[in-house]
Design a protein around this ligand. Structure first.
Ligand code: NCD
Ligand code: ZN
Length: 449
């Protein structure tokens, strides 16, 4: 697709400039001084008064296909992502069935053709009994392999830490990426049983059922394995101060480790549960002020590489259950940029830092760079136009996700994504889908250097 994005302020991770952007055949074909003469046959997207940022890349979404389409499907989830200013997602494998073989991955690829508004990578999962599939899933194009070290939606098991020595070695040999849900299963099982047995029923009891030690223990073991084997490790949804310290330590030792956190961990604490209830029940659980402060510190100093959403929709009737039985997970693709642009306006971070966290670092960490995450000739023409002055009240009922509840329902932000461009196609404007589902599957061999 051809397009000119005209009159905006282009913001990358390390620069701010006034520029008109020419996209040809879906790729960036030139940056021009504002007002340069344009070929009048090329469609124009007016960006005067707006900031233009590289499209956000969200490496952690659960779009629930196959098998859980009542909660979300790829059209609804990717449409929600597009209106939220996200142009690439990586979709998690805890579906029904879980994506635990190369065949299941290929079937999913076939089924998603023409059903995504944004580009997408797909995860495979490593279970206790599918180690022989590791190579095959990488060959079939898995963007990364997920390990659920602790119990969460789907109740998938993981190999023992002993068996993971083999797994890390095997994935390292292939240059693949392991994405780790870092909670220690034994710790969680012991404390959940104990706290429930004692009749716990408050949010603090919920936190006690998965003590901070659980995340720290899993991160300590996995980062050690990463350092010893050279296997690339991405720790998902970091949420404790201990976790930030351990990732910082592993990076100092030179381990090939990256990590992400998500807006709910940066903007909510246990104190909000009384107001928000199970809408904010996500795994790992949102903890306290001291954790939140360390997460912000780690995000700004680069210990935490990126922001993701962990978009994890569930049905309202499921979320309405009691604190123990309600499933964990909250939608996030329609609120990530609004909430974080609001933080930019509040002076918490710069727009360039936000671009680093939502586009440059995820692309680099997931082998998508420089096809994605770079503003240079030949890179994909993925951009999000943002209006930093727009005040907007987030409303769950107006959102495109099938999850009809959201922890940030009713929150008023300043700063909104107002147009989303995927490889030169305008797919969303002002909260509405205006394009076609022409998202492409991103298969590692195409973008591995
Ligand atoms: C996720 C889900 O529902 O799939 N839930 C969540 O609370 N984050 C699973 C996960 O990422 O742990
Ligand atoms: Zn998740």
């Amino acid at each position: 697709m051809d397009l000119i994005i005209r009159g905006g302020t282009l913001v990358t991770a390390d620069s701010v400039m006034e520029a008109d952007i020419l996209i040809e055949d879906g790729q960036i074909a030139g940056l021009y001084k504002p007002g340069s003469p344009v070929d009048s046959s090329v469609p124009v997207l007016e960006a005067a008064g707006l900031h233009v940022i590289p499209g956000a890349i969200d490496v952690h979404v659960h779009f629930r296909e196959p098998g859980l389409e009542q909660k979300e499907d790829f059209l609804s989830g990717s449409g929600a992502a597009a209106v939220g200013g996200i142009t690439t997602v990586c979709d998690m494998p805890n579906t029904l069935p879980p994506i635990a073989t190369a065949d299941l991955l290929r079937t999913k690829v076939d089924k998603l053709q023409g059903r995504s508004y944004v580009d997408y990578g797909l995860y495979g999962v490593i279970l206790p009994d599918n180690l022989e599939q590791v190579d095959a899933m990488l060959n079939a194009g898995a963007v990364a392999l997920k390990i659920f070290a602790g119990p969460t939606t789907g109740n998938l098991g993981a190999p023992s830490w002993g068996a993971l020595v083999d797994v890390f070695q095997a994935v390292a040999k292939r240059g693949g990426i392991i994405a780790l849900h870092a909670e220690d299963r034994e710790t969680v099982e012991y404390w959940e049983q104990r706290v429930k047995g004692e009749g716990g029923s408050t949010y603090e009891d919920l936190l006690a059922s998965r003590p901070a030690f659980s995340e720290a223990s899993a991160i300590a073991q996995a980062t050690l394995l990463s350092a010893q084997t050279g296997c690339r490790l991405h720790v998902v949804h970091l949420n404790t101060k201990e976790g930030v310290d351990l990732i910082g330590f592993a990076k100092q030792q030179g381990a090939p480790v990256t990590t992400e956190t998500c807006p709910p961990y940066l903007l909510l604490t246990a104190a909000d549960y009384g107001r928000i209830g199970n809408r904010m029940k996500v795994l790992p659980y949102i903890r306290h002020q001291a954790d939140q402060e360390r997460l912000w510190g780690g995000l700004l100093d680069g210990t935490i590489d990126m922001l993701s959403t962990d978009h994890a929709p569930h049905l309202p009737e499921e979320k309405a259950r009691d604190i123990w039985s309600a499933p964990a997970g909250a939608p996030g693709v329609e609120t990530l940029l609004p909430l974080m642009l609001d933080q930019v306006n509040k002076g918490r971070l710069t727009l360039s830092e936000l671009v680093r966290m939502t586009s440059l670092r995820p692309a680099q960490a997931y082998g998508l760079y420089p096809r994605k995450g770079a503003v240079r000739m030949g890179s994909d023409g993925d951009f999000t136009l943002v209006d930093l002055k727009k005040r907007y009240t987030l409303r769950a009922e107006e959102m495109l996700s099938k999850a009809r509840q959201n922890p940030f329902d009713g929150v008023t932000v300043t700063g909104m994504p107002v147009a989303t461009v995927v490889r030169g196609q305008v797919v969303a404007r002002e909260g509405k889908i205006v394009g076609q589902p022409r998202g492409e599957w991103l298969r590692p061999p195409e973008f591995c250097a």
